[in-house]
Design a protein around this ligand. Structure first.
Ligand code: COA
Length: 226
């Protein structure tokens, strides 16, 4: 989802050439074939995360600056009796619930977010045991979140058919953080934080000039990392 439009995007992930075969143009050849295939298959854009942006600039990819959003929480009243439980991606029942919600989710942002990307969410949840996946039954939403070292609430993603506002999320989680950091573009959350440049280990890159200037405040959820 980019600025209200659903874009069919091809994601490029984990390309490598064995050390003894490097420097002979094999990667260039492979990627040129991949781009040609994606174009023919009707993908409107390419997207990738890389620590070597210069490798892709020649093919029309440009870096999309990412921002996290930081600020005080909205005003809300914690609901200590809210119907909530932690999900565990090691259990078939919870994976089933997650798959179902991920397949029918509203993108977390209208401005910049994945629409369908079930596998990476599950894999990222599996890889990072510090991520809480809390199912909030009253609003039928799964919230991916974690605590920062300084006690700040870090919101990583919300999986819901109808996007709840941040005050509702915090109220149903029944926690009272002093500070909030949001790792998605927060346009649907009825909350505004200060954008802070996000220094991830990899740069987010996309093809297509229409993504360059307008997405000044893009953030791809860490749960969508690939
Ligand atoms: C990066 C990697 C895939 C390049 O493979 P390769 O077969 O040696 O690359 P090629 O010989 O096809 O070179 C293709 C182009 O990339 C450039 N390039 C190669 N390695 C590069 C690097 N580390 N950083 C930036 N550009 C690089 C080459 O100069 C060449 O540029 P040109 O088309 O202008 O001549 C290989 O070094 C590798 O497997 N590295 C470890 C895994 C990795 O980093 N993968 C990329 C993940 S985003």
């Amino acid at each position: 989802m980019v600025n209200g439009d659903i874009i069919k995007a091809a994601g490029y992930q984990s390309g490598a050439v064995r050390p003894e075969y490097r420097g002979r143009g094999l990667y260039r050849d492979l990627m040129q074939r991949a781009y040609a295939w994606a174009e023919q298959a009707g993908y409107e854009t390419g997207i990738l995360l890389t620590d070597k942006p210069s490798l892709y600039q020649a093919y029309g990819f440009s870096v999309i600056p990412q921002f996290k959003f930081s600020g005080p929480p909205p005003v809300f009243k914690p609901k200590s009796d809210s119907n909530r439980r932690q999900l565990d991606v090691a259990t078939a029942e919870d994976v089933g619930l997650l798959r179902d919600r991920l397949a029918t989710r509203q993108p977390v942002s209208e401005q910049f977010a994945v629409v369908r990307q079930i596998e990476m969410f599950l894999l990222n949840a599996h890889f990072d045991a510090s991520v809480h996946l809390t199912y909030l039954a009253e609003i039928d939403a799964v919230v991916a979140w974690t605590w920062g070292n300084d006690g700040c609430f870090k919101l990583l993603d919300i999986v819901a058919r109808e996007m709840p506002h941040l005050d509702t999320v915090l109220s149903n989680l029944a926690i009272e953080p002093e500070h909030v950091e949001v790792y998605v573009t927060p346009d649907c959350l009825a909350w505004q934080g200060r954008p802070v440049a996000y220094e991830g280990s990899c740069a987010l890159m996309m093809t297509g000039t229409r993504f360059e200037a307008r997405e000044a405040f893009a953030m791809l959820s860490p749960m969508a990392d690939f």
